[in-house]
Design a protein around this ligand. Structure first.
Ligand SMILES: [Zn+2]
Length: 305
């Protein structure tokens, strides 16, 4: 249930090892649509880099702007503040960044090209269950758990999102929700610590998740230990590629993909976040090049226990 690196626990001191400090969990899957079977060892998902850039949809939800009069500039500010909440250089190398806007609205990852982006989008036409508040889809390599992409969708069709204030308490706070979803994007599952940003339950007027709790800080210190790495982001508009998410770019023909390795397959982990309940759905993708040699990509994580 809990993944906590013993050496880190020792470094932090035993006083921090309380039930609450151990509440966070790293997202794990068994590589298919079903829960892990008895005897199966879950694969822990992780980023190989602490430098993680996002692009925000350049189209603010018409519902959001009409109902709450929220502008694109306000949404950008909220996204930056939410990302900044996860940047704690004193204890973690995690460096999230808003690189710009995008017209990409499709979730997923195209392994045939380097033209991918982690996106944040609003859905005024929600295709999942109406009770789902937001959804983060994390695409990772099946055999290693390495995350290649994370996309966040906000359900603005069935939930009234906005900015919670004393004068405006009856909305789902956008910053609160986005800060929580970013935790999923970074590889965190739900926490059973009710104080944590990664706690599974939220509701209208809730702003507790805007600020990370000790449990969340312990999580990013473990998943993204401090390092000397310097993140260099290239800020730019991301234009959606004019081909399907699972298609080889036309110009590539049958030549090698810009990716110099072919993973045996990908799995998307979709974290559904509800107001009053939750569920975890796993999306599986057929191996794209099963006949090829499995990727030799290296990981910096311990194998799952
Ligand atoms: Zn969640």
């Amino acid at each position: 249930m809990i993944r906590f690196i013993p050496a880190l626990a020792f470094a932090l001191g035993l006083s921090l090892i309380s039930a609450a400090a151990l509440a966070w969990e790293q997202t794990a899957t068994c590589g298919n649509d079903s829960p892990c079977l008895p005897g199966q060892t879950p694969i822990l998902t992780f980023w190989a880099t602490p430098c993680i850039a996002f692009h925000l949809s350049d189209e603010v939800s018409p519902r959001l702007s009409a109902d709450q009069h929220i502008t694109l500039e306000q949404v950008q500010t909220i996204a930056r503040v939410s990302l900044a909440e996860w940047h704690r250089p004193e204890l973690s190398a995690l460096t999230p960044h808003l690189s710009g806007l995008t017209n990409e609205s499709r979730v997923g990852f195209n392994p045939y090209t380097t033209r991918n982006a982690n996106i944040i989008v609003f859905r005024d036409e929600w295709e999942e269950s109406s009770v789902i508040m937001a959804l983060t889809t994390v695409t990772h390599q099946v055999n290693t758990g390495q995350i290649h992409d994370a996309d966040i969708e906000i359900n603005t069709q069935y939930y009234r999102f906005g900015i919670v204030t004393d004068d405006n308490p009856h909305v789902v706070d956008l910053q609160n929700t986005l800060t929580h979803e970013l935790g999923h994007a970074f590889g965190l599952a739900h926490s059973n610590d009710p104080e944590a940003t990664m706690f599974a339950f939220s509701d209208y007027g809730d702003i507790r998740m805007r600020s990370l709790a000790q449990d969340d800080l312990t999580a990013i210190a473990a998943l993204f230990p401090p390092s000397e790495a310097v993140c260099k982001f290239k800020d730019s508009y991301f234009s959606a590629p004019p081909y399907a998410m699972d298609a080889r770019p036309p110009s590539d023909g049958c030549a090698a993909s810009p990716l110099n390795v072919r993973p045996p397959g990908y799995l998307g982990v979709a974290m559904f976040c509800f107001c009053l309940c939750l569920a975890l759905r796993r999306r599986s993708f057929k191996p794209l090049h099963a006949a090829r040699k499995p990727s030799p990509l290296q990981t910096h994580q311990d194998p799952p226990s």
